[in-house]
Design a binder for this molecule. Sequence first.
Ligand code: Z5A
Length: 204
Amino acid sequence: MKEARFISLEGIEGSGKTTSLQTINKILDKQSIEHINTREPGGSSIGNELRELLLNKKTTISSEVELLLMLADRKDHVDKVIKPNLNKGTWVVTDRFMDSTMAYQGGGRGLEISKIELIAGALELPVPALTLLFDLPVNLAFQRIADRENLDRFESEPIDFHNKIREAYLRLAEKNKDRIVIIDSSKSLKEVSAQVKKAINQIL
Ligand code: Z5A
């Protein structure tokens, strides 16, 4: 049995993570690799309740409380879903993980990165073997999701917030070249799928 791998998908809103999950699933299925798809926030049962709270536009919380709720969601997700699956040999592909917190609560909300690292450091979180960062200009991502109704608490933030998040992601990629692969998500679906295949094949 191949050692189970932990893969995370990251990027700004509408960057194409969910779309590329299908490509990844096909590659893993072809190799008969057992895997699960999960997401944050909301990957565990209490996580679903936290997700509702975090995405609800009526929720008014400070950036610090938002950070703590994201980390609470992550700890429960890791303990109940991610670690048990990796331990039994099942690969885990998660739509968002720790880099989202660094980019959104750090880059977007402006919380100090060292403080985020200090709190998260106490939680014994696994580090993904591979992170695919779906990168594209914010205006293109927003054009792609323009027909969405009822924007959530993050989607309703101004464009500048999302630009800061994109920049924070690119800084993370620069610092973690061993793990983060940038996917140029501004390209066609076919071209994006080819980039994803290349990255996944490298860890097979
Ligand atoms: N958040 C946080 O602040 N801190 C944290 O620690 C964590 C999360 C874990 C969760 O939102 C929010 O929580 C998120 C950050 C915050 N909010 N924001 N902003 P979510 O899970 O509801 O939303 P999301 O993760 O951003 O998903 P999304 O908006 O659905 O985006 P996506 O999955 O990356 O994109 P997609 O649905 O695959 O694609 C979007 C559209 O583009 C779709 O119509 C596709 O058909 C189309 N598409 C995709 N690729 C292409 C290409 N290549 N060409 C043309 N069209 C394309």
